[in-house]
Design a protein around this ligand. Structure first.
Ligand code: NAD
Length: 288
């Protein structure tokens, strides 16, 4: 398949990073969001990211304008008409995503591929929204997209081999390392990672050790680059709770029950770095 123009729907945290890495691989990008404001913010974020890469010597200064010139922004879904491959990275809501997919299919070519970056919605279920579910595939990027090398390529029940291969090829082309995954709640990484974080919260809630000791234990004893509680603060404690709720609901297995303390922290608005306070107070000592 000739992949030249990539559509990205949603210009938030993930969408702007996906647009950046595609443009850096010399692909044309059509980035769509609902407001000009969101699109301007995305371009400003990409510009700042590129400046940082120039400063650290990872990017030649003259490349910045070349990369930005590959990105066309629009609030109109019709702008995606010529895209060969579209990656949906809009707000995590099944209703929003289903509306986008229905709208999208009425404007794109019959052989264009549709990927979704959803963290928690079933790829098979989203695919069923399309008249042609065979063209749906999951491409689960990690945050921040320009930095994190992994993309999980997720096969829904109807995803064809050629669509799966095209998504894998695109991931490699934009400098990522793909892993092949079957559709299942949490896919691979979140299914392993978030229950581990949840277990660390149980350990804290049971008073076995304090946050710093738990994190030091996993860094020094398991060779993790960051402790599970510091990582929860980075990901967002609300996001960790949402992932555990999806795993618990979909598997009906008590091993996925969210720790009470996780829920209490969300209720208290202690969401981690983004709220200034989580298991740590930024950038000070543990608060729990
Ligand atoms: P975000 O809230 O930063 O951005 C979402 C964007 O989608 C917003 O700019 C919003 O205006 C836009 N949007 C909403 N409806 C739209 C529509 N109809 N058309 C076009 N744009 C629309 O969210 P995010 O963190 O970038 O997450 C996006 C997706 O990526 C979600 O599915 C999320 O689960 C997934 N994801 C997030 C992370 C993460 O760490 N944040 C990691 C992997 C996957």
């Amino acid at each position: 398949m000739n992949m030249k123009t990539i559509g990205v729907i949603g210009a938030g945290q993930m969408g702007n990073g996906i647009a950046q890495v595609c443009a850096a691989a010399e692909l044309d990008v059509v980035l769509r969001d609902l407001s000009e404001e969101a699109l301007e913010k995305a371009l400003a974020t990409i510009s700042t990211n590129l400046d940082r890469s120039i400063k650290s010597g990872k990017l030649e200064a003259k490349k910045k304008q070349e990369i930005l010139a590959h990105i066309y922004t629009s609030t109109d879904i019709g702008a995606l008409v010529g895209c060969d491959f579209i990656i949906e990275a809009a707000t995590e809501s099944i209703d929003i995503k289903q509306c986008i997919l229905a709208e999208l299919e009425s404007v794109i070519a019959h052989d264009a591929i549709v990927a979704t970056n959803t963290s928690s919605v079933s790829i098979t279920r989203l695919g069923a929204t399309l008249k042609n579910p065979d063209r749906m595939v999951g491409m689960h990027f990690f945050n921040p997209v320009p930095v994190m090398p992994l993309v999980e390529i997720i096969r829904g029940v109807r995803t064809t081999d050629s669509v799966f291969r095209a998504a894998t090829t695109l991931a490699v082309k934009i400098g990522k390392t793909p892993i092949a995954v079957k559709n299942s709640p949490g896919f691979v990484v979140n299914r392993i990672l978030v229950p581990m974080i949840n277990e660390a919260v149980f350990v804290l809630q049971d008073g076995l050790a304090n946050a710093e000791e738990i994190d030091a234990g996993m860094k020094l004893g398991a060779n993790h680059p960051i402790g599970p509680l510091a990582l929860a603060d980075l990901i967002g404690i609300d996001v960790c709770l949402a992932v555990m709720e999806v795993l618990y609901r979909d598997f009906h297995d008590s091993k996925y029950r969210p720790a009470r303390l996780l829920r209490e922290m969300v209720d208290a608005g202690q969401l981690g770095r983004k709220s200034g306070k989580g298991f740590y107070e930024y950038g000070q000592m543990p608060v729990v």
